[in-house]
Design a binder for this molecule. Structure first.
Ligand code: PA5
Length: 430
């Protein structure tokens, strides 16, 4: 179960207003449950947990094991909902110091020429033993036409075909919509392995489809446990959505009362990928029709030495969301020393987790005193099961809360505006 601590936000909210608004949250939850709200043909992120597709999970696991056995580098090529979730899971559940031999890299998530140039140089350079690097590529794009992803894919796959010849076909995997789109034409022509993103699931709700599951499995994470963690949270919240409704109610009231920003962060660096995932999930879902809380992110305690000043004493228009891990996976005791020249002797015997926890408690106290409502979302432990639960918890909370704003959570019409202007400047023909 995902736990929350909302005491630090409730103190900013009047009881009568809370009770009245909670009814709105119940109605919004019913809209999700009965598929009666706007965008109700985009609720597949619930369907896949109600009816898990074990055959697909197994196919992904088998394929991932084969890639892990043969690859030096696995490139995730996608943007927005097509990569943020996988990146968040991988960063939360792997330390980066495993030295497993398989390197996960990203492409197609921006149009920086220098980055892609340097990435290509790196791919072309030999391994330490002088052998060429064995590169695998997963292009992920539901529409199959997103420019950032398409350009990186063109660059990398052209090189892979040149480098590996026919073998390139076995090293390129495409994850896209069932049919239509340029990417489907390429898949058909080249014969790349394909995974389908269901038509009723939008990008930012797609992490528990092959969009996220294949890269995560390639990273060595147990996707069965992750997936069934989400299923467990789905089942729990169907019968007892109380925590979700409470959270959505508080967020809605703060928004209505003029709050403009939600600073989403954690004292656990491993959770910062999820701060970015939540930023996208909430931001693209609620930021419409002149509404929405701007989701900013902050990594603590690092950012207490920068925007912490603003959170404490800047404009009083922000709330704060903290992702908390109760029990650390691993920890470190403060080193004992015979002398106390660094004056840190008073911390001997404590662990970093304990000190970090005190930093968190102190920060919450200070921010509450500074007039910032604080919501804590708590995972018992950082493991695949809890992360699966966390993902569904936020997907459902987002849908309920955005329905309360009377907004369709599942579209992103504003994203088209920059694309049209960019394509005009680039001279794209319709
Ligand atoms: O949530 C969304 O729908 C978006 O963020 C998309 O995931 C993003 O724009 C990438 O789109 P596509 O997968 O079609 O390349």
């Amino acid at each position: 179960m995902i736990k929350t601590d909302v005491d630090g936000a409730r103190q900013f909210i009047d009881d009568e207003e809370y009770t009245k608004t909670y009814e709105m949250a119940e109605n919004a939850f019913r809209q999700v449950e009965q598929a009666s709200g706007p965008g109700n043909n985009w609720l597949g992120w619930r369907r896949i947990l109600k009816e898990p597709n074990d055959a697909e999970l197994e196919r992904i696991e088998r394929h991932a094991a084969e890639i892990r056995k043969n690859a030096d580098i696995f490139i995730i090529c996608g943007i927005g909902g097509s990569y943020t979730g996988a990146k968040a899971i991988i960063e939360s559940l792997t330390s980066g110091f495993e030295g497993s031999g398989l390197e996960i890299l990203y492409a197609g998530h921006h149009m920086g020429g220098r980055y892609l140039h340097d990435l290509m140089e790196y791919l072309k350079s030999p391994r330490e033993d002088g052998e060429p690097k064995r590169v695998y590529l997963n292009v992920i794009s539901k529409s199959g036409s997103t420019l950032e992803t398409a350009l990186a894919f063109r660059t990398i796959r052209a090189w892979m075909h040149e480098e590996y010849g026919d073998e390139a076909k076995n090293r390129i995997v495409a994850t896209t919509g069932e049919s239509g789109g340029v990417l489907n034409n390429i898949i058909e022509e080249e014969g790349y392995a394909k995974y389908v993103i269901p038509g009723d699931i939008g990008g930012r709700f797609s992490v528990l489809t092959p969009v996220g599951l294949l890269p995560v499995a390639v990273a060595g994470i147990d996707i069965q446990t992750l997936y069934y963690g989400a299923v467990a949270e789905y089942e729990l919240t169907e019968s007892d959505p109380g925590k979700i409704l409470e959270y959505a109610t508080i967020r809605y009231i703060l928004h209505k009362n003029g709050y403009a920003l939600d600073v989403i962060g954690s004292f656990e660096p491993e959770m910062m990928g999820f701060a970015a995932w939540t930023q996208q999930l909430l931001g693209e879902s609620e930021g419409k029709e002149g509404k929405g809380l701007f989701p900013a992110t902050a990594s603590y305690s690092t950012d207490l030495h920068s925007i912490g000043q603003m959170i404490q004493q800047g404009q009083r228009n922000m709330l704060e969301t903290l992702f908390v891990i109760e029990k650390p996976i691993s920890d470190l005791k403060i080193t004992s020393m015979s002398d106390n020249t660094d004056e840190l002797g008073y911390l001997e015997g404590k662990t970093f987790h304990e000190i970090n926890h005190s930093a968190q408690e102190g920060t919450v106290q200070a921010h509450l005193e500074g007039g910032v409502p604080v919501i804590r979302v708590i995972l018992e432990k950082l493991n695949a099961q809890q992360i699966g639960r966390f993902i569904y918890f936020y997907e459902l909370m987002t849908a309920v809360y955005v329905y309360m704003l009377d907004v369709n959570p599942f579209n992103q019409p504003g994203v088209e505006n920059y694309k049209q202007a960019m394509y005009r400047l680039l001279g794209k023909k319709d």
